[in-house]
Design a protein around this ligand. Structure first.
Ligand code: HEC
Ligand code: HEC
Ligand code: HEC
Ligand code: HEC
Ligand code: HEC
Ligand code: HEC
Length: 265
């Protein structure tokens, strides 16, 4: 309650300073200010003293911005912005075009989402910045193809649901983001830390990049390859163990057997 009062006071003072009352600022209404404040006050941002003005004030001109864009996140989350701009989701912004929308898609998308614009806000509620919600629920707000919809029936989804009350998705669970926005280790020496790679095209090209970067954190190579090259199993979003038996693994086994035989002769 106190946090909320302080936030409101700050915003009001702040807007008044620039000669606009909150109610008038580009048609921002009180109900929106209240709901934004409520979401913000228990967020990682509030805990780290990232305030309304951190995002709602333009750096150069100091002007009030009602609907900040990707650039408002950039100063603090450079890596997230840079990687986002390289994937299918963000590349239009990198090229200076309008944001991607589901209406432009080749894949099936939710009817209600046709005009949603793809920015940082599309997956993260920018005031709650909840990463659990961003990891699957947000995706299904737009994606409506068989593979995406089948995720909910998978063992992976079961594991994710069991852990989803944590503030951050558990590393032991598998969300859409585990496969499509993988965590990467960055830095060197004592300063190794994990960051999310927001390039949603990265693990798709080449297709077996996902095997090494994602699956093999938990499964063996053969299990992973046999799963990922089975189109039906991908379509079903991995709802059963793989039945494919890639010939190359038999070849490797045969080769290995021959080598071992020679070695023991
Ligand atoms: C992490 C950055 C960030 C912080 C911190 C933040 N906001 Fe926002 N806010 C945004 C973004 C981005 C949007 C635009 C959302 C969209 O387009 O869907 C927005 C939208 C809004 C809106 C709706 C504006 C409109 O015209 O629809 C209100 C009201 C608002 N914020 C109030 C606040 C208040 C009050 C605080 C502090 C308690 C706050 N925000 C903190 C990023 C932030
Ligand atoms: C003034 C710096 C600053 C700005 C601007 C900022 N953030 Fe943050 N953000 C932080 C800090 C500090 C944290 C908490 C530490 C961390 O996780 O890195 C954080 C955490 C987050 C998290 C993780 C939340 C969690 O629960 O772990 C997300 C998601 C996020 N920010 C998104 C955004 C988005 C989207 C924007 C732009 C609309 C934005 N941030 C703008 C500083 C900032
Ligand atoms: C605002 C809507 C929206 C949200 C939210 C969203 N996406 Fe997308 N996504 C799209 C659109 C539009 C495309 C382009 C599809 C096309 O061109 O057919 C796309 C493409 C993709 C692709 C294909 C990339 C490529 O290079 O072909 C993947 C993978 C993907 N999204 C995964 C996700 C995941 C995972 C999430 C959640 C963490 C998510 N998306 C959230 C709209 C969205
Ligand atoms: C397609 C959905 C999606 C979009 C778009 C998206 N994020 Fe994220 N983001 C996620 C998910 C999911 C996680 C948590 C994944 C995990 O922890 O496994 C995350 C995590 C984060 C984190 C905390 C982890 C870290 O690497 O520090 C930050 C900060 C963040 N996002 C910022 C941003 C910013 C800034 C943008 C816009 C450039 C953005 N996100 C766009 C889905 C998205
Ligand atoms: C266990 C890993 C895994 C999970 C979990 C997962 N996917 Fe995928 N996804 C894949 C693989 C593998 C492909 C196919 C790559 C290919 O065909 O080249 C794929 C393809 C896609 C594509 C691109 C389809 C196309 O034809 O271009 C989209 C979009 C997508 N996934 C969205 C999602 C969403 C949304 C979720 C969660 C609801 C999700 N995925 C969960 C592994 C996963
Ligand atoms: C964070 C760990 C983790 C990651 C990463 C992961 N999985 Fe899994 N996966 C599991 C667990 C745990 C199970 C459940 C095993 C069980 O039920 O015995 C599972 C089950 C499966 C199943 C069998 C589902 C069933 O119903 O029997 C397949 C197929 C599968 N994973 C494929 C993949 C593929 C392909 C990838 C990479 C794109 C991947 N997994 C990434 C942990 C993971």
């Amino acid at each position: 309650m106190l946090m909320r009062a302080i936030a409101l006071l700050c915003l009001t003072l702040y807007l008044t300073l620039w000669g606009i009352s909150p109610a008038q600022a580009d048609g921002v209404d009180q109900a929106k200010i209240d709901s934004s404040t409520q979401l913000w006050e228990t967020s990682a941002h509030a805990l780290n003293e990232v305030n309304c003005s951190s995002c709602h004030q333009a750096e150069q001109t100091q002007a009030f911005v009602a609907q900040p864009g990707v650039e408002s996140c950039q100063t603090c989350h450079e890596q997230a912005v840079d990687t986002f701009l390289l994937g299918k989701h963000g590349i239009r912004l990198l090229e200076g075009a309008t944001p991607l929308t589901p209406a432009m898609a080749r894949l099936p998308m939710q009817a209600a989402a046709q005009d949603w614009q793809m920015t940082c806000n599309s997956c993260h509620d920018v005031h709650a910045v909840n990463t659990v919600q961003a990891a699957t629920d947000s995706c299904l707000g737009c994606h409506n193809d068989t593979h995406s919809l089948n995720y909910q029936n998978s063992r992976h989804a079961e594991l994710f649901a069991a852990d989803s009350n944590l503030p951050r998705p558990s590393a032991a669970a598998v969300s859409c983001a585990t496969c499509h926005l993988p965590r990467h280790e960055m830095g060197t020496g004592d300063n190794v830390f994990t960051q999310v790679n927001h390039n949603n095209t990265y693990t798709l090209l080449p297709r077996d990049r996902m095997v090494k970067d994602v699956c093999m954190n938990c499964h063996g190579a053969e299990y992973s390859y046999n799963s990922i090259f089975d189109d039906d199993l991908v379509e079903a979003n991995f709802d059963a163990p793989p039945t494919l038996a890639l010939e190359s693994f038999d070849l490797v086994r045969a080769f290995d057997a021959r080598r071992t035989d020679q070695g023991t002769e």
